[in-house]
Ligand binder design. Structure first.
Ligand SMILES: Cc1ncc(COP(=O)(O)O)c(C=O)c1O
Length: 418
């Protein structure tokens, strides 16, 4: 861990907490990253010291200070995502963004098919599955190959009827990353758009799919140490101009008029048409503070550090007979996580999870087990549950060894070692 990351690590107060007297070994950053002090401070400042309303609703100083900071946060998010501020819609995270996109998308009878990678999180899969169940679109799911998306198989499903292709940049279940540049080329060659889910990619790569040709991409703030229920959707202008906002309300209106007994409404264009109602101003301030702090620490260093931890896990866990590492060893370090499947009789994933939580002397080892909201991947791979170790800038090789030791202990309790 370099000097900048060592300094950054001190700014995650949860790491200093003791849980029943035990230290925390946090290996669940793919679920949510621990929160940065500067993000919490910025949120608190905006709530307690400002507390006014943005969106140019009121003209007093409290409101204009909030609006100015909201505007500044949008610029920070835009440069992180590879778009312009006018292309950034603040959201509550990727779930919110994908619902917004699905329900605002200009499907036509001629262009009504959506092609998904088989690794889409339920956040992306379900909004489109719902439209398909209602008969409004046709859904196609690309094949899985070596625990990644098979882009040749995906290309075969993309036709002139395809409106949108969705690819998760870094899957949350099997590790590695997807080639978004190639996915964009495939979508664009058929006249379709590409949406990229950057929930797992953005936090340790420091960039999003818009920089690789995606027409829209989204990330969640809480996976970057920012407040819960923050995030952004970046939609490049040609697509943004074609979306029809699924939600309307205060802040989205240019003019409401009455004539001949009827009301007519003219809505604002661009991102303003999508941010209905009073916004999460304090959350956006916290999000910007987190992005700026991580940028200062250096995303290239974060990426290198996380990759080295993933590689160390492959080395330590790859030879353990009681589990199988899922994915191709050469692909996995490109992501930020390692998924294991039990490979011996009697291995109970929920029991192991409880053992990590309560049965390791001096440490509470937090990992995620189960389906990871990745039902498409589970159904397509045949793996119903996995044990997932996921990393962020604050993890160390010692965390990996601590997990490996606990795994050996659990296996020996089952009567099987290495
Ligand atoms: C790949 C991926 N996409 C989408 C989401 C949903 O993000 P959120 O719950 O912040 O909306 C997650 C969350 O775990 C994820 O891992």
């Amino acid at each position: 861990m370099n000097k900048n990351l060592a300094a950054l690590k001190k700014e995650f107060p949860t790491l200093n907490e003791r849980f029943g007297g035990r230290r925390l070994v946090y290996l669940d950053s793919a679920c949510t990253v621990l929160k940065l002090r500067c993000a919490a401070d910025a949120q608190r400042r905006h709530m307690l010291l400002l507390g006014g309303c943005g969106g140019k609703r009121s003209l007093h100083s409290l409101a204009s200070a909030m609006e100015e900071n909201f505007h500044a946060a949008r610029s920070v998010a835009a440069s992180f995502m590879g778009g312009s501020p006018e292309e950034v819609i603040f959201t509550a995270g990727v779930t919110d963004a994908a619902n917004l996109l699905a329900n605002s998308f200009p499907f036509t009878p001629q262009r009504s098919e959506v092609v998904l990678s088989p690794l889409e999180h339920n956040a992306v899969f379900l909004p489109f599955e719902r439209l398909a169940a209602a008969g409004r679109i046709k859904l196609r799911v690309a094949p899985l190959k070596d625990f990644g998306v098979d882009l040749d198989g995906l290309a075969r499903l993309v036709t002139r009827r395809t409106a949108l292709v969705c690819v998760t940049h870094a899957p949350n279940i099997f590790g590695g990353t997807a080639d978004v540049r190639r996915a964009a080329e495939i979508a664009h060659a058929a006249g379709a758009y590409l949406f990229c889910d950057d929930a797992q990619y953005a936090p340790t790569h420091g960039r999003c799919g818009a920089a690789d040709g995606a027409d829209a991409c989204a990330f969640s703030g809480h996976k970057l140490g920012a407040p819960y229920f923050t995030g952004a959707l970046c939609v490049k202008r040609p697509l943004l101009e074609r979306l029809r906002p699924s939600r309307v309300g205060g802040g989205t209106v240019a003019e409401v008029a009455a004539a001949a007994g009827r009301y007519s409404v003219r809505y604002l264009g661009g991102y303003q048409g999508f941010e209905a109602g009073v916004q999460n101003y304090s959350g956006a301030a916290g999000l910007a503070a987190a992005l700026e702090r991580l940028t200062r620490a250096g995303f290239p260093a974060i990426r290198a550090h996380v990759s080295s931890l993933v590689s160390a896990s492959l080395k330590e866990l790859g030879g353990v007979k009681g589990v199988r590492v899922l994915g191709r060893p050469e692909d996995i370090p490109g992501g930020s996580l390692v998924s294991l499947a039990p490979a011996v009789k009697g291995f109970s994933v929920p029991d192991f999870s409880l053992f990590l939580n309560e049965g390791v002397k001096g440490s509470l080892i937090a990992v995620r087990t189960g389906r990871h909201c990745a039902d498409l991947a589970c159904l397509n791979s045949g793996y119903a549950e996995t044990i997932r170790l996921s990393f962020f800038a604050y993890n160390t090789p010692g965390d990996v060894s601590c997990f490996a030791g606990a795994l050996e202990k659990y296996l020996s309790l089952l009567g099987r070692g290495k």
